[in-house]
Ligand binder design. Structure first.
Ligand SMILES: Cc1cc2nc3c(=O)[nH]c(=O)nc-3n(C[C@H](O)[C@H](O)[C@H](O)COP(=O)(O)OP(=O)(O)OC[C@H]3O[C@@H](n4cnc5c(N)ncnc54)[C@H](O)[C@@H]3O)c2cc1C
Length: 413
């Protein structure tokens, strides 16, 4: 006996696939008076929202649209219309309407006051429900295609949904354990869209072997991080760096990771002075002041955590003489290590640890003022699926919110 064909639903006006930040924002902003359905693969919506910001959800960042737009790796022009129309203030207002107050930290990051990502997720789901959107969970979409009438046919295991307009908000490939497994990339390609090769972003970098594993947990501010590929200089960054068991992480490294390839070298300044001249000046002053002190103790005075200094002395076989016995050659070598601490990237930490996806649906094929496909009328994209990735600090959830809202507003009849 042949299996019965899947049932065809009545057509709806807008179908949203993906029930995380971008999809929920689309559901919240879908203009009333239409039939809207949201399909989510997981049994609950917003699993990824739960893990954001270490469970506290850094949902946005203070600033004007122009200020925020500078944090999307050169995609400023594309992201601006969505940020103008649905900036941080719109998110903050909506959360407040659902009973979630937020606070802005001194560094500009916005968090729920409760520090509980669950509160944000629950508020978004409640707001979407309140708009009359039908939310269908445990509904993994298997395929989407164009129907004969110019609408869309979206298949799950047991039903084929019909819709006039389709919003793809299924995320990228980062952190697949939350449900984002790159399905949208396959569908976008089937619809004729070009993909910018997706790669893990906002991810740690690893070395193998990593002689500094014992320094895991150490965090310091590096004023200058030079990024090199062979002899070519790729960029210069600054910010907080965290030592892990396998390599380096922390905001400065995570933000830079969208540009990093295996084999690249990172040269970190470990002292707050940043340059060789200033660091040498300070070291000489310390040597003069305390000629009897061990060199490793003076390095700690320069701001290098003791555990890291000890590991550096051991790994690079440095002598630890009294300051008065330090030779000029030894001093020069030490300064070089302090201002250009070398780290060779063996690999990026990979999809399971990445916070976002670099690459995705090519922006040249999407109208930045509507999020509509330039190839298929009625098809819209939102969130991480697009070739947009933000820095650490709330920029990715804000992008998902803004682009989801713009897509929904533009998808109205
Ligand atoms: C550990 C971690 C911490 C983070 N912290 C922050 C932070 O503090 N601040 C910040 O701004 N950003 C943070 N991010 C990034 C941010 O979470 C994402 O960029 C954002 O969630 C992207 O939203 P999205 O809706 O586009 O995609 P996703 O959140 O990836 O959601 C896509 C949704 O689509 C569903 N889906 C996928 N395929 C299908 C299918 N076939 N059928 C039906 N449904 C499907 C998925 O189950 C998922 O619910 C973090 C990410 C991680 C992994």
């Amino acid at each position: 006996m042949s299996p019965s064909p899947p049932l065809l639903t009545d057509p709806c006006d807008t179908l949203i696939i993906g029930g995380s930040m971008a999809g929920l924002s689309a559901a919240i902003h879908a203009p009333g008076g239409q039939r809207v359905i949201l399909l989510e693969k997981n049994a609950v919506c917003g699993r990824k929202i739960l893990v954001t910001g270490g469970g506290q959800c850094n949902c946005s960042h203070r600033g004007t649209a122009e200020e925020l737009a500078r944090h999307y790796g050169g995609k400023e022009r594309f992201v601006l219309p969505a940020l103008y129309a649905f900036g941080p203030d719109t998110m903050v207002r909506s959360l407040a309407a659902a009973g979630v107050a937020v606070e802005t930290r001194s560094d500009g990051k916005i968090f729920p006051r409760s520090k509980q990502s669950r509160r944000v997720r629950d508020a978004l789901v409640a707001l979407a429900r309140g708009r009359g959107v039908r939310m269908v969970t445990s509904a993994p979409v298997l395929s989407c295609r164009l129907g004969d009438d110019g609408g869309f046919l979206v298949s799950t295991c047991d039903l084929v949904y019909r819709s006039k307009r389709l919003i793809l908000a299924v995320g990228g490939k980062a952190f697949p354990q939350s449900g984002s497994t790159g399905d949208g990339f396959l569908w976008a390609r089937d619809f004729g869209h070009t993909l910018v090769e997706p790669t893990p972003a906002l991810t740690a970098v690893e070395a193998d072997p990593f002689p500094y594993a014992s320094c895991a947990g150490i965090s310091l501010f590096s004023p200058v991080i030079e990024h090199k590929r062979g002899t070519e200089k790729i960029g210069t960054y600054s910010g907080e760096v965290l030592w892990t068991h396998r390599g380096l992480s922390g905001p400065a490294i995570l933000d830079a990771s969208r540009n990093i390839l295996p084999g690249d070298r990172l040269l970190l300044s470990l002292t707050e002075e940043g340059t060789a001249e200033k660091t040498e000046e300070k070291l000489l002053a310390l040597c003069r002041k305390s000629p009897g002190r061990r060199l490793s103790a003076l390095v700690a005075t320069l701001g290098v955590p003791q555990r890291l200094a000890a590991c550096m002395f051991q790994t690079h076989v440095l002598r630890d003489p009294a300051a008065s016995d330090l030779t000029r050659a030894e001093r020069r070598r030490l300064i070089e290590l302090l201002v250009r601490f070398p780290f060779t990237v063996r690999r990026l930490a990979g999809w399971h640890k990445a916070m976002t996806t670099a690459g995705g649906v090519d922006l040249r094929e999407v109208n930045r003022k509507t999020m509509q496909s330039r190839l298929i009328p009625g098809l819209f994209f939102a969130g991480e699926l697009l070739d947009v990735d933000g820095d650490c600090g709330g920029y990715n959830l804000q992008w998902a919110w803004s682009s989801g809202a713009l897509a929904a507003e533009s998808a109205a009849p």
